[in-house]
Design a binder for this molecule. Structure first.
Ligand code: PLP
Length: 390
């Protein structure tokens, strides 16, 4: 059967390769630090609201989401981000993934360029490729603490740039971009008429400093991408949302119909409970991630690793020897009982880094980090494994 050349060029996920390897060995005792998924259960009051909703009629909702949920989101954006975004500029999506996919559908055409961070969550690039667009990577240099340099971005902007993706706190680096840097990037993009997609899905998980909050800087050019997945440990419920100017919001609402019709009504009811209920669960999860970050950073630093401390999200990048292929390192580490995500899964810049996810218990993280430290000593930060494999 002939398949779409656009679909054919989408590369398989480099994280999935490791996940599949681990899943193929149940009972092998591999400590899992590769997955970017909260290990907490969804808080009980959210689950209770879903059960109640599921017990009544469960129907299609508006393509853009129920008005009740969008009004609740509007209040949340005012409370957390100081934003003034009415419900009709909010589109509920099937998680952040479908939200960013819908934005690409709405704005990007074949031949366009989409600027993405390097390293970045791989889905931006996959979605751009599916649109027939060219992803243009801008560097997040380790020596700059993985913070983008606005001059680098300006140099990469062309008349074909149709969208610029920002992500803070960042997956995979955990970096929180200072507000003045975000403001400079937003201004440069806006002055050229380039919309910015600001991925805010980790906005509640900032340990030091403040969230970048790009949507508060320019509500005309900045599109905000949010999710319940991380904030409320609701990855499987699949609810996120997009804020945009009225014209883009109307377009998103229209194109949600052929793409998903609407998001699960049960999950939307759960999302309202998440926003309207007590927020202690969010604070507790943030503190747990902070403690875990400290456990891992302390252990790595005590063992002599030079670690860039993440200030948000729940990831940490570990530097390998210069030039070491992190994919081979991650494959080798699985043999030594711990799984990590290779930097090669996120672009070029971090190809000699491993991403450690802090979404495991402190005990697993402590033991997993010790195994990594022992492996790094044995392999000289991964330098000897390629010779060993070839
Ligand atoms: N954006 C970033 C940076 C992510 O890391 C993820 C998930 O890992 C998402 C968006 C989307 O998550 P979801 O579709 O579960 O909301």
């Amino acid at each position: 059967m002939r398949t779409s050349p656009l679909a054919d060029q989408v590369p398989p996920s480099g994280i999935r390769e490791i996940v599949n390897l681990v899943l193929a060995r149940p009972g092998a005792g591999i400590l899992r630090l590769e997955i970017g998924e909260p290990d907490f259960n969804t808080p009980a009051h959210i689950v209770a609201a879903a059960i109640e909703a599921a017990s009544g009629p469960v129907r299609y909702t508006q393509s853009a989401g129920t008005v009740a949920l969008r009004e609740s989101i509007s209040r949340r954006l005012a409370r957390v981000g100081g934003l003034d975004i009415p419900f009709d500029r909010i589109t509920v999506s099937q998680g952040g993934v479908e939200g960013s996919s819908a934005v690409m559908q709405a704005l990007v055409s074949p031949g366009d360029e989409v600027m993405v961070p390097d390293p970045a969550w791989p889905n931006y690039e996959m979605q751009a490729l599916l649109r027939g667009a060219t992803p243009v990577r801008y560097p997040l240099r380790p020596e700059a603490g993985f913070i983008p340099d606005p001059d680098d971005l300006v140099a990469l902007m062309t008349p074909r740039t149709r969208l610029l993706v920002l992500n803070s706190p960042s997956n995979p680096t955990g970096a929180v971009i200072p507000r003045d840097v975000v403001a400079a990037i937003v201004a440069a993009a806006a002055s050229r008429g380039i919309p910015v997609l600001s991925d805010e899905v980790y906005d509640e998980f900032v340990f030091e400093g403040e969230a970048s909050n790009a949507p508060s800087m320019d509500s005309e050019h900045v599109i905000g991408l949010y999710s319940f997945s991380k904030t409320y440990a609701m990855t499987g419920w699949r609810v996120g949302y997009v804020t945009a100017n009225k014209r883009v919001s109307d377009l998103l609402s229209t194109i949600q119909e052929p793409m998903v019709s609407c998001i699960s009504a049960v999950s939307q009811a759960a999302a309202i409970a998440a926003l309207e209920g007590p927020q202690d669960c969010v604070n507790e999860m943030r503190e747990a991630y902070r403690r875990r970050r400290d456990v891992v950073v302390d252990r790595l630093r005590s063992a002599g690793h030079d670690v860039i401390e993440p200030h948000g999200a729940f990831y940490l990048m570990l530097r390998l020897g210069a030039g070491v292929d992190s994919r081979l390192a991650a494959l080798d580490l699985v043999e030594h009982g711990v799984s990590t995500a290779p930097g090669t899964a996120f672009g070029d810049v971090a190809r000699s880094y491993l991403r450690l996810s802090l979404a495991s218990s402190e005990a697993v993280l402590a033991e997993g980090t010790d195994r990594i430290i022992a492996w790094a000593e044995r392999t000289d930060l991964g330098r000897t494994i390629e010779a060993g494999r070839s």
